[in-house]
Design a protein around this ligand. Sequence first.
Ligand SMILES: [Zn+2]
Length: 319
Amino acid sequence: MPVYVKQPGAEAPPSGTHYVVARNGLHMHVQNDWLDAVIPVKEFSALEREEVRATVLLPPIGARVFAEIFTFFEAVFKRHSTEAAVLLHYSKEYGWAFTVPIQHVSRAYVKYEMDERLAGYRCVGTMHSHGSISAGHSQTDIHDEAEFDGIHVTLGSFQRSPQFTMAAEIVCRGQRFKLPIIMLEGVIPPIPKEADEKFKGWMFPERYYSVSKDILGDWTPHEDWFTRLTVDVVRFVPIKPSPLPMRPSDQAGAALITDAYPTFDSRFQLTPQDRKSKPPPWETVTPKDGEIPIVKKSTKKKRGIVDRLLGKKEPLNED
Ligand SMILES: [Zn+2]
């Protein structure tokens, strides 16, 4: 059966039944002497299946680079109890590197520019931390990373250092794939437990990875990196657990796949399908120079949230 590609301005194909590859997918145009119809087609039964996949064609991120990033995130957590982010760069000649972009950090989010570039390198991903909260790509992360094809890694549970939780993924046009652990040198994977493998509703599963920092010797993060952080104080208003279950990120992105970068609204923790006109559950205040950021503890409910953020309780929700 002929296949007609519906290019802009192209002429209509000759009559008769044929397939049409159009902007909105594959169709079959059924045309005979008594019926003329166009129907969507999910599968070509005559053809072989194609597997959806993504492989990073770069060497693993070196143990030293990973340990430095981990140590920087840990130092930010110790100073401010907040998240932080870095950009990952790769050069055929020089290997892996990372930069610390200008960023606003808090216990609940990190906001940063993704446009910093190093001469001779390609920016191929991001890493960010979740402080004491477990790692996992939140709906906010999924949105932020949708237009950035690359490696995106979240590290969390820093109160357990050198153990940590991790979500490492490859993103291509908003579609997400697990990043093989062999891509992260020096990271020791957790021992899988059957119960942990199950996705627990709106909580991210807690499986602890670990890293050895011996490779760093007496190296410490550059003081200059900390000056790129503006600490926002987040005053939480009581959060009701979302009635919507947190979805595994591969499902959350699935509705948006096109050959272009997905574009969608960035409402906190909501996928486009769930979008509602709700404000985020916090107010933010940027502390003045020299001021120590504090999270106000005024009600029991709020204290519960603060305890969770400080790692004294199991996390309720994440970034
Ligand atoms: Zn995050």
